[in-house]
Design a binder for this molecule. Sequence first.
Ligand SMILES: Cc1ncc(C[n+]2csc(CCOP(=O)(O)OP(=O)(O)O)c2C)c(N)n1
Ligand SMILES: [Mg+2]
Length: 700
Amino acid sequence: MSAPLSPAIASASQPYEGLSRHDLIRACRAIQLSRRLDDREIMLKRQNRIFFQVSAAGHEAVQAAAGLAVRTGHDWVYPYYRDRALCLMHGVTAEQMLLQAVGAGSDPASGGRQMPSHWSSPDLNIVSASSPTGTQYLQAVGCAHASRYLNPAGNEVTLVCSGEGATSEGEFWEALSAACLDKLPVVFLVEDNGWAISVPVEKQTPGGDILPLAAGFPGLLRLEADGCDVIDSYRALRQAFQHCRAGQGPALVRANVIRPYSHSLSDDETQYKTKAQIEEDSRRDCAIRFPEFLLREGILDPHGLQLLFHEVEQEIQQATDRVLREPPPEPGSALRFLYSEKANPTSQDFDTEPQFSGDPRTMVDTINLTLAEEMTRDSRIIVFGEDVADCGYPENLDQVKGKGGVFKATLNLQRRFGPERCFNTPIAEAAIAGRAIGMATRGLKPVAEIQFFDYLWPAMMQIRDEMATLRWRSNNGFSCPLVLRVPIGGYLTGGAIYHSQCGEVLLTHIPGLRVAMPSSALDACGLLRTAVRCDDPVLFLEHKKLYREAYNRSPHPGPDYLIPFGKARIVKAGANLTLVTYGATVQKSLQGVLQVEQKFPEATVELIDLRTLAPYDWESIAASVTKTSRLLIVHEDVLSFGFGAEIAARVADELFDCLDAPVRRLAALDTWVGYSPSLEDEILPQTAGIAREIERLLRY
Ligand SMILES: Cc1ncc(C[n+]2csc(CCOP(=O)(O)OP(=O)(O)O)c2C)c(N)n1
Ligand SMILES: [Mg+2]
């Protein structure tokens, strides 16, 4: 049996739930402005002057109420695409909204990059909305986490909105779980219009109502509201905000609304809704009922209402006239704000000399030490992930050695910096990435760990559609500089399919990300520090096989050692062939090179370790190939569509005239890594195979 819903607060003594005449008129104005803006956009779309339209129609009352409950500029808002009235209440103007609709370069939300209704306002703490349904929940949790860390006495609340359809995403449940575990001040507002495009809620949500399904979450205040009624919505939302401000945990409000227009202008609801269903909804329309209510209550007289409507029309007309004259985004500006323009990790600023001290350390020890040094330097750095803490029961820390990650890369960070700076998360990779994004948006520097590359995939939506896009899509309004450390790769003897995967190209193919993959302790130190100190999201790929090797150890290069991104290391100079590689195949390639050079002393091979894959050091490759006229690319990931294909294509394009032989690639077979050591050997590139390819190319 599900737990009873939380009781509504007594309200009889407070007319209109304490809302003033001014509040009610503000709400009425927002409802009218929102609806009429939708109507104007629909007209503009039909005239081909805008290119997409999605309306807030039917949702405005609860949004106006949310606008009254939230503290503008203090609280944080992760809106849904229907939240026009909420954003108007919050301070976004009609003109700003229309600038986005026409795709103007001066659109303050996205500079003409996002569809209309993808709200964003750094000044108002409205965090750039994207299009995937559900990603916003986890970022909101990260944002609330940051509120508590940065401003513990501030009582900030994060409001995150969605439709009922979006609650089917796993990310909704991961967010509820994380918010309840940490008692975070998040108000989840579900604007339930009964439809997710054409799918009715009964076919989407078991039982047709999200609230009972969330009954088991401890500390979660669950409230129901008539979302077509400003006052009832305000009652529930005020209580939800109070609960959060009082530090009692998150709240979930389901507001029952209608969707009197089709899902968007790309949809025709008559294809799946009956006439009777459409008519039934329209009886609850707040754009009609709320003004009638204000007249009945004597809050507005007919003249006052007429005046309000007239002002709204005028505002929209003037705004429309202005935005239609606005130019589109500057030609040539499309690449701006993929990356920070404040800090350039490829620059000299990130190039320092090592100051060596101590005995040689393994790569994993160096990573651990670098993390500790950076955490000491910057209290905004927060480390989290699965098993990364030393002890789940901090009071037992003095009785145990400590876990510190399955590879021990985070050992003693909890012990040294406390559970607020280093903590375990549930096994929920989307949540790790999504929360990191929310924290980073707020100015923390998350250095989160995904336990194995093989299990990165639940986080992929957050990585590709959110982490990589946030700065670009908000035209530099928001960003999420963070580090996601991911142990990667095979050669483990027994690692098999699910502990050996590479697949780095799936990340390098994403504009907006930086991808590093060091092959030695020294490089891991310098590149990790650059990753932490730079202003972009970095995927830091740590090869598991290299964590504890003897050959790639190094004395510690000091707490300020930095290696710039996009600067390869020439492992060995040579004149007759260029071999480009990275990660675990650097050492295998070196062995292959030495074997061949021993056999043919007149031939020398130049071996290049790329160190970072996005960006990668084209200049070093080009300079070397120009000199040697021959190129072999080796990587551990599968051959087809791999990183080598990109380099080979670029060399064919730009250096064709220099080549004396075909560009060759050596990589894993296009299959999975098998458990049996003989299978693994056969599938992954080995020294003998590399030597063979070098020899073949030299003879060509
Ligand atoms: C992850 C993801 N899957 C599918 C879509 C396509 N899509 C856009 S809106 C929508 C329905 C959302 O329904 P609901 O959350 O109830 O919001 P409503 O539009 O009803 O307000 C779908 C399936 C999407 N944007 N993102
Ligand atoms: Mg819906």
